[in-house]
Design a protein around this ligand. Sequence first.
Ligand code: DGL
Length: 247
Amino acid sequence: MRIALVDSGIGLLAAAAALRRLRPDASLVIANDPAGMPWGPRSPQDITERALRCARAAARTSPDALIVACNTASVHALDALRAELEPGIPVVGTVPAVKPAAEGGGPIAVWATPATTGSAYQRELIRDFAGGARTTEVPCHGLADAVERGDPAAVALAVKAAATLTPPDVRDVVLGCTHYELVAERIRAELAASGDTNPVRLHGSAEAVAQQALRRAGIEPAPDAAPGPDPLFLVEGRPAPPPAALV
Ligand code: DGL
């Protein structure tokens, strides 16, 4: 049993951790693009070519499913990846968790890379799933690469800049880039300090994506899998220390 994950870099670790919890016996194949990271500032065509190269490398290992553990690549390259790999290998994209975030009625914010923010895909998602909740799209310049480099000062700066673009009354924030899930506690702390809604709820995608990949691969979660999200990447509730290599 083998699941492949594609991202520009380490953002895929959140979904990998969820898969590890759901099926500790699954082999995980990781394909990323350290030389081309970040994908966020790149053109749709460039992102598509890079995601295809990663996916082709992963496909050579014949995985039972391939997760595009990257919002940016899901927005711009999912159709191309599916056209090439399916039906042989089910391809699961990462969709920003707009619907669950908007369930409380809003206002909400969607933090994402520049390539995802303002894309037609994200705008349609908000139109179809935000249920009319006031929604602010926040481009987070430099945050994914700061996370990738494990640079706490750059993470703090990028998070602060994004927090200033987030209206203070926002109560639910969608983490629309998989890298952001790795610094969820830092984001929560900044929003708590700068906003007037406390606590702010953060909505990532890793758990849902991991579950969907197992479903598409026809694999049941392990009967003794611990319930709920992996605490390391928990984006609601209990504070959890981020990985030592990050912040
Ligand atoms: N982790 C990716 C995402 O979910 C991409 C980050 C980047 O390379 O800019 O959007």
